[in-house]
Design a protein around this ligand. Sequence first.
Ligand code: GCU
Length: 388
Amino acid sequence: VISALSIKAQRPATTNYDEAKVPVYTLPEVLKTGSGKAIKSAKAWEKLRRPEVLELFAENIYGPIPKDFDEIKFSLKNEDRNSMNGKAHLKEVLIEVFRNHKRIAINLTLFIPNNAKSPSPAFLLINNRGKENTDPTRLVKSEFWPAEVLIESGYAIAAIHVSDMAPDDKNEFMNGVLQLYPEQLNANNGMRAIAAWGWGASRVMDYFETDPQIDAKRVAITGHSRGGKASLWAAANDQRFALCISNCSGNTGAALARRQFGERVKVINTAFPHWFNTNYKKYNDHEELLPVDQHMLISLIAPRPVYATNASEDLWADPKGTFLSLKNAENVYGLYGKKSKLPEVAPGLNTPITEPPLAYHNREGKHDLRVYDWKQFIRFADNYYRKK
Ligand code: GCU
């Protein structure tokens, strides 16, 4: 409670942290089409409803993640077969993408376990913090991207930085992927920074599909906070991602908007006007008018597993609203015969539910991505891949 108050002091007065003041709300139905047809099978979901929901999110919130470009090139800029005392193979790969005579470049940092007997499953982080967090030399080690822990667990670990795709600044975000897609920039429903970050993650998938050391069928897309919003949108659009992890992603990430708890749509659109499309601004102060809510974003990822997290001192990201979002996606997983292992009410602090298809934990502490979180993600991936 104390931390909620201290957060509140820095936030606009409209921010609510009182559960009793959460409005009565009705979530849009996931399993009913716009024209009112009930969806009763995975086939009908995929054919009729899923495309509709994807389009609603693109149109009203994130903008699309365009799939067309003229050319993509991968070049190995640096490698070290004996990094981490011989435990890992470091690859620094430059990914260049061309469209309409423009070029953008994404720098991929990748460590692959040296003791792997077959292509390695991988985690890819969309890094929204300082580049030192993903130091290829390993002189700097950070809990945000604990590469050694992943390598010890048999996973390849990769990272790209958001600034390569869209600098995280309202005056600079267009100096990246949007240079390739100027028509998006001019459109009210066009892609902005979050979609551009997701686009970059898909280009890494393009690369992974060419690297024989990586099992491209077992790649988890991961992000923290704003990066976690992007990881969800990336996984919703690109079904090549086997798993999605969204750490403390909160508003317009894994948390339900209609609860209006913690961060609100107007607040996020005002502080970060470059994250979502222009249409989204129509919902400032009007979450109830959104044709979707965030449980539907998770539903788009089904039947692939999703892990969402929170931290106890991060009420801004609405832990309860995140759990409820996962719960309200359960029926879509059900269409695929995937039974949710989530309890009826949110588990207590530091009580991870790491069984697929829907995983959750609320870690004690601050808004952050830590080794504790990563260790749960590894368990989740282990649980999933072992069962497949
Ligand atoms: C701000 C923003 C959040 C975001 C967070 C972050 O707090 O309001 O929506 O998730 O930054 O990216 O750390």
